[in-house]
Design a protein around this ligand. Structure first.
Ligand SMILES: NC(=O)c1ccc[n+]([C@@H]2O[C@H](COP(=O)([O-])OP(=O)(O)OC[C@H]3O[C@@H](n4cnc5c(N)ncnc54)[C@H](O)[C@@H]3O)[C@@H](O)[C@H]2O)c1
Length: 283
């Protein structure tokens, strides 16, 4: 099956990046969000990003940027936005019940040939698909932030994902000029499990007083050539996000994955990182 038209559901950080990326590679994109204000902000952000990171750097012309933008149609009405597309990619909040409900609704309104993909960063694809009748068409396509720039896609095969859907999803991902790694459906997959463990361990080092915030970050940057230290990264991603991932991984994989008590305390005190202007650092 050839994919030409896609629908992206959720126009937040990831959704608008995925829409920009797909439109840049020639796909027609319907971008959906429950919040119309977020939809408008998404298109403005895409316009600015195209200009700042691509036109100004002479990677594309102003005319190409305008064509990309024209390929993205905003639509607050999900059911009409999925009409005529060959693939739907969801990027709504990381919440199992929300995703299960969304996929079972999509499964009942989309033509049987339509691929339904989740951009979840940690939740089981098999479990997300479990409330749907046609589970063979549900797959995980995990993009990274910012989606137009990051080189990797982690492709996740649920227990019931068909070979054909997986192969088409791989072709689609490669058409976006990404390197694809294929991963079995397991909590946190490869990337989220590894980065969470590193960040949570760094929080434990801080809690145990082994080193200061700055020294933990500098140690990782210089010892491992990381572009960013784990505590800086936790602030950037959101300490609440890592906390929820930790709760999910702890439940699924065992006690040692549980979030450290300091991470929990910081979330309770609204020390979420950049988004609340305070975390391991002040912003
Ligand atoms: N932020 C990251 O770095 C990152 C990286 C990879 C994957 N992810 C995953 O991508 C997904 C989205 O994350 P995000 O950071 O973009 O979140 P976000 O909060 O920025 O955006 C989520 C958007 O979904 C919308 N939404 C919620 N319910 C909806 C519904 N039923 N229908 C339509 N829109 C709905 C919200 O209004 C919001 O705009 C999550 O599953 C997350 O785990 C995030």
């Amino acid at each position: 099956m050839e994919i030409k038209n896609i629908c992206v559901i959720g126009a937040g950080i990831m959704g608008h990046g995925i829409a920009q990326l797909a439109a840049t590679h020639g796909y027609e994109v319907n971008l959906v969000d429950v919040n119309e204000d977020i939809l408008k902000k998404a298109k403005n952000a895409i316009e600015k990003n195209l200009d700042r990171f691509f036109v100004v750097k002479n990677k594309i012309t102003a005319e190409e940027a305008s064509d990309i933008l024209n390929r993205i149609k905003l639509n607050p009405d999900r059911d009409s936005a999925v009409k005529g597309v060959q693939m739907v990619i969801e990027a709504v909040f990381e919440d199992m019940n929300l995703k299960q409900k969304l996929f079972s609704e999509l499964d009942s309104i989309c033509d049987k040939s339509v691929i339904l993909a989740s951009n979840t960063s940690s939740l089981s694809i098999t479990e997300i698909a479990s409330k749907s009748n046609n589970q063979e068409r549900i797959v995980g396509i995990h993009f990274f932030n910012p989606a137009p720039v990051m080189k990797l896609i982690e492709l996740i095969k649920g227990k019931n994902t068909s070979e054909e859907v997986f192969a088409t999803s791989k072709q689609f991902s490669e058409s976006l000029n990404k390197t694809v790694v294929t991963v079995k459906d397991a909590p946190g997959f490869v990337t989220t499990r590894l980065i969470y463990v590193l960040c949570n361990e760094a929080v434990k080092l801080k809690m145990e007083g082994i080193a200061s915030t700055e020294d933990i970050d500098v140690a990782c940057k210089l010892a491992f050539n990381f572009p960013m230290g784990p505590l800086e990264l936790s602030d950037l991603v959101g300490n609440d996000i890592y906390f929820h991932i930790g709760e999910y991984l702890g439940e699924a994989l065992g006690e040692k994955y549980k979030p450290s008590p300091l991470l929990k305390e910081m979330v309770e005190d609204n020390l979420l990182g950049r988004k609340s202007k305070k975390g391991f650092y002040n912003y």
